[in-house]
Write a protein that binds this ligand. Structure first.
Ligand code: NAG
Ligand code: NAG
Length: 310
């Protein structure tokens, strides 16, 4: 009897999943991950509810550069008339919630803080990143620290282009926890490491660089890393969500699919992308304000494959 109930539940779940998948505009291609990763769920909560994404600009960025990134964040929750869209891409993270008790999150662009005078210098430790992230809100927030080209950050260009984590804080006797992300502008420090495929890779199979959809190697690269880290933050915010491998250096929703942007991707080839006929730029998602972006593949927990928009 218990077994029967179990199977009824299982089939109902499968039907529900199929329904909800079919009712959305689906990510079209499933690319078999060469390493056939499985991201395990570690039973912790995912980010849920209304979450504001606050941007903390550290150092020198042009207003036009800030607009590329803030428009990207706006695009996550504003369905574009053109498909494939950034909002459709972000919906891929919702699949993770079907395997948990958490309700999905809805994100919106929150406040922007401008620290243009390098208040804590130009060489930052991870603690200083967290300190800067604390300038955002303490609750229901992802605080994103964005460092300029002339800022060195612990591990930047050595083994990372950005990172994410969480921080508990006690505000008026209440325990709050916020998630944070840091992403650096790699344009002058290591574009071949952090801004591929918009720059020749430092090592590995060589391929000519693609023109970025916003014609800014640094910022187009930051969008790739920020989007991947946002997906990781939503699905593994406190280190006990979905990941594979050591908890200190986990493979997460997007990092499990590194280097895959379109159908047919292989090491050194980003995949078959859309190309803008006027600018020649490569992209795979439409966003707010007529923008275009290139976004990484997201691991699909229901198929154990990396799925792409094009
Ligand atoms: C940053 O420094 C410039 C030049 O010294 C100054 O004009 C500006 O007010 C400072 N900005 C902030 C936010 O302190
Ligand atoms: C950032 O993007 C680069 C590709 O441009 C990728 O190799 C790297 O793994 C990404 N890092 C993070 C932390 O997302």
């Amino acid at each position: 009897m218990a077994c029967y109930t179990f199977f009824v539940k299982l089939f109902t779940l499968i039907c529900l999943l199929n329904l909800s998948f079919a009712s959305r505009r689906m990510l079209q291609n499933l690319v078999q991950d060469p390493q056939t990763q499985t991201l395990h769920y570690h039973k912790g909560s995912l980010l849920h509810g209304k979450i504001s994404i606050n941007l903390i600009w550290y150092g020198n960025f042009k207003p036009s550069q800030k607009a590329i990134l803030s428009d990207f964040v706006t695009s996550l929750s504003s369905p574009s008339h053109s498909q494939p869209s950034v909002a459709t891409w972000w919906k891929a993270t919702e699949k993770y919630y079907h395997f948990t008790k958490s309700n999905p999150l809805s994100v919106h662009l929150g406040k922007q803080v401008h620290d243009e005078n390098y208040s804590v210098g130009k060489t930052l430790t991870n603690d200083q990143i967290v300190q800067l992230a604390s300038k955002g809100e303490a609750k229901n927030a992802i605080n994103v620290v964005l460092t300029a080209t002339d800022v060195a950050v612990d591990g930047f260009c050595v083994n990372r282009c950005g990172s994410h984590g969480s921080k508990s804080s006690v505000v008026e006797g209440k325990n709050d926890k916020f998630a944070y992300i840091w992403v650096g502008n790699s344009e002058t420090q290591c574009p071949g490491y952090c801004a591929w495929p918009f720059h020749q890779p430092i090592y590995g199979p060589q391929s000519p660089p693609l023109v970025g959809p916003n014609n800014d190697v640094g910022l187009d690269g930051m969008v790739i890393n920020l989007s991947g880290l946002l997906a990781g933050t939503a699905t593994n915010p406190f280190g006990n969500g979905f990941y594979q491998g050591p908890s200190g250096a986990p493979l997460e929703a997007a990092s499990a699919c590194t280097g895959i942007y379109g159908n047919g991707a292989y090491p050194g080839y980003a995949g078959d992308l859309l190309v803008d006929s006027t600018s020649g730029s490569s992209y795979n998602a439409h966003g707010a304000n007529g923008r275009k972006y290139l976004l990484p593949a997201i691991y699909d927990p229901s198929t154990s494959k990396c799925s792409t928009l094009v």
